[in-house]
Design a protein around this ligand. Structure first.
Ligand code: BG6
Length: 453
């Protein structure tokens, strides 16, 4: 890649930068896919931070260190933005070219707000080839998201803004489009005539892991449903752009989100035991588990329930999309699972005659796993960074999508707020079915298992 690129990371000492972004850059350095002229400028308020400290444990740290500098500054001081501007110009000067600049705001949006303003007022947002990368959550409801969109657009043009939803950039999530687009067998039956229901699950074993203050403001609904799970639903249900035009996918996702509405009766929420102590709020009613069913007004999906379920401190880490086909006769339904993580792959449950003298039917899997066919998958943040460098918006959330998903989430909150005692307490390590069924062992989504009749 030839475009000279400067990556300015605001929040370089933060968790996201250390856990995700810098390791992704380390991997890309190893794979030789970084731009030839590439520099990272890590912005920090702390004078005592060092590069070796920040890069500890990052692969190819040596390569990054050669191309990285720390720039201590106050993010509230206009004069410091002037100093930064001069510093960035020295990099352009040394390269004899105006580099593209990626401003990566690896910080919560509330903190990002004044920084965006400073970038606008200082004129830094207007420098040619400047891009802004923002982390979720984009607001806390539709109204605040609209305000954030307007605020950002005062300083940056639409095409300069990249809203990161790292799920969109996961290999297995990108594969939803390929799976549908390039396997006519499935796409031809991808509708209400053949499909009975769709269940999307993201269960995590971790709790809030020291992010109590953030989570108290957010909860599972805003943290996972508003962004990741609604995006998965959109990719699964959207009308595929003709001729494989990937750049039209954000518009397709957004159009689909516009057709979704929640069934208020379906909403269930829970909180894991011990959460209140962890966040030091004995009265907290924040949900760490949520499940809800959506319906689409798109004729293709009319009356097909689309259930989204997510929770923390559950029995296993698992993200998957389960498509249940309509039954033929008395048989159990065929079930197609797109397993996004872990054990990434695709599995179809179908029926076979069990060899023997009796007519016995078994439900057996037809399975593909990435691990059997491909090398390790690149991390989502590698795609995030590379696509922003290339100026490809496909794997980023547009403002229209963000607003549509807040519309849905606001409707869920309106449905539960008047009746806030509907929070189920569940033990750590529970299964989603456990939480939903109030501790019964009913499996709502059985795996591909052997059945006889
Ligand atoms: C983040 C959420 O966006 O996604 C976290 O804020 C969650 O709460 C994480 O743990 C899950 O991401 P992944 O890639 O581990 O499924």
């Amino acid at each position: 890649m030839d475009t000279p690129t400067v990556l300015v990371i605001i929040g370089v000492t933060g968790d996201l930068s250390k856990r995700k972004l810098l390791p992704a850059i380390g991997e890309m350095a190893g794979a030789g896919v970084l731009p030839k002229r590439f520099r990272i400028v890590g912005i920090t308020r702390q004078q005592t931070v060092t590069l070796p400290g920040i890069l500890e444990g990052v692969r190819n740290a040596g390569h990054i260190r050669e191309n990285m500098a720390l720039f201590p500054m106050s993010l509230e001081d206009a004069a410091d933005y002037e100093r930064l501007r001069s510093y960035l110009l020295t990099i352009d000067g040394a390269w004899g070219a105006g580099a593209q600049r990626l401003w990566y705001l690896a910080i919560p949006p509330t903190t990002a707000w004044p920084i965006i303003e400073h970038l606008g007022l200082s004129g830094l947002s207007q420098v040619p080839h400047t891009k802004l990368l923002l982390e979720k959550p984009f607001g806390v409801d539709r109204k605040s998201a609209e305000e954030l969109v307007t605020h950002v657009e005062r300083s940056f043009a639409t095409e300069q803004v990249y809203r990161i939803d790292h799920y969109l950039a996961k290999e297995t999530v990108q594969n939803i489009v390929v799976f549908r687009q390039d396997n006519s067998l499935f796409e031809r039956t991808w509708n209400r005539d053949a499909i009975e229901r769709i269940d999307i699950l993201a269960s995590e074993t971790i709790g809030v892991e020291g992010r109590g203050a953030f989570y108290e403001q957010t909860g599972a609904l805003r943290d996972l449903i508003q962004s990741h799970l609604l995006q998965l639903a959109a990719l699964t249900l959207m009308t595929l752009p003709k001729d494989g035009e990937w750049q039209r996918i954000p518009a397709a996702r957004s159009a689909l989100l516009g057709t979704l509405h929640v069934d208020p009766e379906s909403i269930r929420r829970g909180q894991y035991a011990g959460y209140r102590t962890e966040v030091n709020n004995p009265a907290s009613m924040v949900e760490t588990f949520v499940s809800l069913t959506l319906f689409s007004t798109d004729a293709r999906w009319r009356d097909v329930p689309i259930t989204l379920t997510t929770g923390k401190a559950l029995s296993e880490k698992k993200t998957e999309i389960v498509v249940t086909y309509r039954r033929a006769g008395a048989a159990q339904p065929n079930r197609l699972t797109l397993r996004l993580q872990p054990n990434e792959g695709v599995e179809l449950c179908f029926f076979a005659k069990r060899p023997g003298y009796d007519r016995m039917i078994e439900r057996v899997p037809l399975a593909f796993t990435y691990a059997d066919h491909f090398a390790a998958l690149p991390d989502a943040y590698e795609h995030v960074f590379l696509d922003a460098v290339r100026g490809d918006h496909t794997l980023f959330a547009s403002s229209a999508e963000v607003l549509e998903s807040w519309r849905i989430v606001d409707a869920v909150r309106n449905a539960w707020e008047p009746d806030s005692d509907t929070l189920v307490l569940y033990p750590k390590g529970a299964t989603p079915a456990h939480v939903l069924a109030g501790n019964s062992e009913n499996e709502t989504i059985p795996a591909c298992i052997t059945r006889t009749r």
